[in-house]
Write a protein that binds this ligand. Structure first.
Ligand code: NAD
Ligand code: TDX
Length: 366
């Protein structure tokens, strides 16, 4: 039995992880700590409210007194650290919050974990799992080999630089103080609860609303797509079988150009609407409901500054050591994700509030 602190558990991956973990490990207890920024949504965990193995605390990972009190009071032995500012475009417009949350916040968690678990002797066996990103490795050329755990760090955006700094702090707390840490660097996730500022959910909600699909630059940037439940399985493998002090890369093994991905979503929308006349009544503004091609909504827009060209993950280490393999194909994952957004319009309409709309205006005005 474990008592987990899940930071950022009201966000996209964190919420999926909490649901996944309590399905797989119902005897464990999960305490979520989340500051409920624009990307955090307590409704993502509504189905768990009232369960004795679940608790939610609103607060920041930068609040050392709160983190220490939670570690002691709840006798937490594991931290799974998702909390972060996570959107590259936002980090270009305003990097300060990324430094504060991703670097200072991670350092605060590390100091609290060391103090309570080690200096006070409360938890000799413990685990600090840090969730990071493939973006710390920089950008690949078309024929470069995929990122391994020993690829040199070369972060290109304020977001990835802040994540890289946090990775180094986690590593240092293991080597210097013996804190029992693991780190995972994963590729682009997608699935339910994904905030519609990121590529896949933005494209889906715009297809449903009949709005433009903004593709940056020439649309030929490549990402390695990982269905979020596969990511949760990877973290579970590391928490249960991974070696302390080690880093594991987690990827979906599916490289895809953005423009091909967006075209796939348009095709899935057109096919789904053609099969289900009810959808045409529910989403009359979508081109698919009008018998037109969703792909005609695609618009090439000004590129993201410093836009990384290609990411790809080499999963050999986690496969060989932990027997982990991603299982969801891109086509199956995109269909499940499309269906989730179609069936959860109240969720995405509620998160796309006034502040979100002003962000979209700022980001896409150029
Ligand atoms: P998200 O933006 O959807 O969620 C982040 C969560 O962190 C939100 O609930 C937010 O309220 C919370 N948060 C922000 N600042 C906080 C603070 N100071 N204290 C407590 N909570 C705070 O992000 P996500 O996509 O779920 O990403 C989760 C983690 O995974 C991040 O660390 C991110 O860097 C990493 N990651 C994400 C992806 C991806 O494709 N989404 C890929 C690789 C790595
Ligand atoms: O409107 C868009 N048009 C577009 O062409 C948006 C939002 C994105 N893009 C492009 C930029 C990227 O090449 O799509 C690709 C994916 O963009 P994002 O969804 O913003 O993800 P990315 O920048 O790749 O970063 C994501 O993966 C790594 C997550 O947001 C990070 O948190 C994670 O670390």
């Amino acid at each position: 039995m474990s008592n987990l602190l899940v930071t950022g558990g009201a966000g996209f991956i964190g919420a999926n992880f909490v649901h996944y973990w309590l399905r797989q490990h119902p005897a464990d207890r999960v305490v979520v700590l989340d500051a409920l920024t624009y990307a955090g949504n307590r409704a993502n965990l509504a189905a768990l409210e009232g369960q004795s193995n679940f608790a939610f605390v609103t607060g920041s990972i930068t609040d050392a007194a709160l983190v220490e009190e939670l570690l002691r009071r709840e006798r937490l032995d594991t931290i799974v650290h998702f909390a972060a500012e996570s959107h590259v475009d936002r980090s270009i417009h305003g990097p300060d919050a990324f430094i504060q949350t991703n670097i200072v916040g991670t350092h605060t968690l590390l100091t609290c974990a060391r103090k309570v678990w080690m200096l006070e002797g409360a938890m000799p066996q413990h685990r600090f799992h840090h969730v990071s990103t493939d973006e710390v490795y920089g950008s690949l050329g078309p024929h470069d080999p995929a990122f391994t755990e020993s690829t040199a760090y070369a972060p290109n955006s304020p977001y990835s630089a802040s994540k890289a700094a946090s990775d180094h702090l986690v590593r240092a707390y293991h080597h210097t103080y013996g804190l029992q840490v693991t780190t995972s660097n994963c590729s682009n996730n997608y699935g339910p609860f994904h905030f519609p500022e990121k590529l896949i959910p933005l494209m889906i909600v715009n297809i449903l609303r009949g709005q433009a699909l903004p593709v940056y630059g020439d649309g030929r940037n490549i990402r390695d797509w990982l269905y979020v439940t596969d990511h949760c399985r990877g973290i579970e493998a590391i928490l249960t079988r991974g070696r302390v002090g080690h880093v594991y890369n987690i990827g979906g093994g599916v490289e895809c150009e953005n423009i091909l991905l967006v075209r796939s979503l348009c095709r899935i929308a057109d096919e789904t609407f053609a099969r289900d006349p009810d959808l045409c009544a529910r989403y009359p503004q979508s081109l698919a409901a009008q018998g037109k091609s969703s792909a005609s909504l695609i618009q090439y827009v000004t590129d993201r500054p410093g836009h990384d060209r290609r990411y790809a993950i080499d999963c050999q280490k986690i496969r060989a050591e932990l027997g982990y393999e991603a299982t969801v194909t891109l086509e199956a994952g995109l269909r499940m994700t499309f269906d989730w957004y179609v069936n959860n319009s109240a969720w995405w309409q509620s998160v796309m509030d006034g502040s979100y709309r002003s962000w979209i205006k700022q980001n896409y005005s150029a």
